[in-house]
Design a protein around this ligand. Structure first.
Ligand SMILES: Cc1ncc(COP(=O)(O)O)c(C=O)c1O
Length: 449
């Protein structure tokens, strides 16, 4: 699925999402605009739920990886669809708590959680912390020393499995900042420490091998490694895992030729591997935890920009500049991510090959290199598919860009999830802006020599 489920063209050739022509949304909310299709998000959640019901006879849990895209309005859908939430920072945790997300359904990840973040997690009574390293155990030991609190933890094991994805998106190979290595004995020592700490309850083992992963075989390997480790822990310490989580990472389509991986095949493969491994280990079927992010929101999101300057360099290329770019989507500049673009305000033969450039001061600020479109003109609207994950989540104020508005569309209705950032939001943190005594207006200008 490249475009949201409800995407279509009306008789005027305008792109329509969730029953609303994109130019109509732009007239109300401006550009750049991120549009999320509710039907697609719900369908992706349902696909995970239904596949688990079909292929996994044990208990299961779908944990939405909020790092892909997080907002209060999105969390409403996550709750309604029965998903848990994975957060990776105090900020994400605070947004979830502010939204009223049930704390008992929150799982806290991260390779360098601070004492304050862990304290917040304890105070909130979250569902589980995924322990990534020994420093984190030192902090938890200190925080739990004088309390009667219990905290459920999973151990993030580095399974030493190579996922075939971009180096920046791999996490499960030996040389990684994430997780406790089995080979070095680090993972074993963490389990021993957890079992010795009265405030901690070991719930199970987690691994995450990477993101935008196209092959399913590495997941089977990761599950086998998790169970090998679990068997060793059972033999040494008599602990049987209640939960096994092989993380998230399922790839989505960004280009028409990308392989279309389906959630059903992914779940079937992972569920099969867990059942075989549990049987071999003579463990009862654990809770199977899955942590999808990109595959829930990625295909549901479309980014819309307005075309401005067009620069034709004869024999070289044509730059079509839009009013957004790397400040709202750094993925192309960060790791060469590729996207599919169309015009949203009109249709026609896609006979121009152009470079869609952002407006920010970096030559690498290119959103799509080699887009094929009807010849773009200033004022046209460009829509980029599969922009729902890791775009807004990594958005910045580079060049003091203001973060875009985000709308959720469904059956002809649009709901604003996040308003466009205002310059006042940005200036608010500036000491000396406006009327304060530190304003530069009070500085006497030096006279020129
Ligand atoms: C621990 C963990 N779980 C889940 C995810 C979600 O991955 P994806 O969005 O590719 O499904 C990530 C992202 O890298 C992650 O680090």
């Amino acid at each position: 699925m490249l475009w949201p489920k409800t995407a279509t063209r009306d008789v005027a050739g305008q792109l329509v999402i969730g029953g609303i022509p994109v130019p109509q949304l732009v007239a109300e909310y401006g550009t750049p605009l991120y549009i999320y299709d509710e039907a697609t998000i719900r369908a992706q959640c349902a696909a995970y739920r239904e596949a688990l019901a079909r292929y996994y006879p044990g208990p299961s849990r779908i944990v939405y990886a909020g790092k892909a895209y997080l907002s209060v309005g999105l969390l409403r859908l996550v709750v309604e669809e029965g998903l848990w939430l994975d957060v990776v920072s105090g900020g994400e945790l605070q947004l979830a708590l502010a939204a009223g997300f049930p704390p008992g359904r929150i799982v806290f990840h991260g390779n360098n959680k601070s004492e304050d973040e862990l304290q917040l997690a304890l105070e909130a009574g979250i569902g589980a912390v995924v322990v990534d390293n020994h420093y984190e155990l030192d902090l938890l030991e200190r925080l739990l020393r004088d309390t009667r609190q219990y905290l459920a933890v999973l151990v993030r094991v580095n399974p030493g499995v190579e996922a075939h994805t971009h180096a920046h998106r791999k996490t499960g190979q030996v040389d990684s900042k994430f997780g406790l290595l089995i080979e070095t004995g680090d993972a074993l020592r963490a389990v021993r420490r957890i079992l010795e700490m009265p405030g901690l309850r070991l719930r199970g083992y987690h691994a995450h091998i990477g993101s935008q992963v196209f092959e399913l075989e590495p997941y089977v390997l990761a599950v086998e490694r998790l169970f090998d480790f679990a068997r060793e822990m059972a033999a040494r310490f008599g602990v049987v895992p209640e939960e096994i989580s092989p993380g998230g990472g399922l790839a989505i389509q960004y280009l028409p030729d990308d392989p279309a991986l389906d959630i059903e095949a992914f779940v079937q493969t992972v569920a099969g591997a867990v059942q075989r491994a549990a049987q071999k280990a003579r463990f009862p079927l654990p809770v199977l935890g899955l942590e999808p992010g990109r595959s829930i929101v990625g295909p549901a999101g479309v980014a819309v920009y307005r075309v401005g300057a067009i620069k034709e360099i004869p024999g070289v290329r044509c730059y079509v500049s839009v009013d957004g770019g790397m400040a709202d989507n750094i993925r192309p500049a960060l790791y060469g991510a590729r996207y599919t673009a169309v015009l949203a305000n009109r249709d026609g033969p896609a006979d121009s090959v152009v470079t869609i450039a952002g407006k920010y001061c970096e030559s690498g600020d290119v959103l799509v290199d080699g887009a094929t479109l009807p010849e773009p003109r200033p004022g046209d609207l460009v829509a980029i598919a599969a922009a729902g994950a890791y775009c807004l989540a990594m958005a910045s104020n580079y060049n003091l860009a203001l973060r875009p508005a985000v709308v959720l569309v469904r059956e002809g209705q649009a709901r604003l999830l996040q308003r466009r950032e205002r310059i006042e939001d940005v200036l608010q943190r500036e000491v000396g802006a406006g009327e304060s005594s530190e304003s530069l207006a009070a500085v006497e200008l030096p006279t020129p020599p």
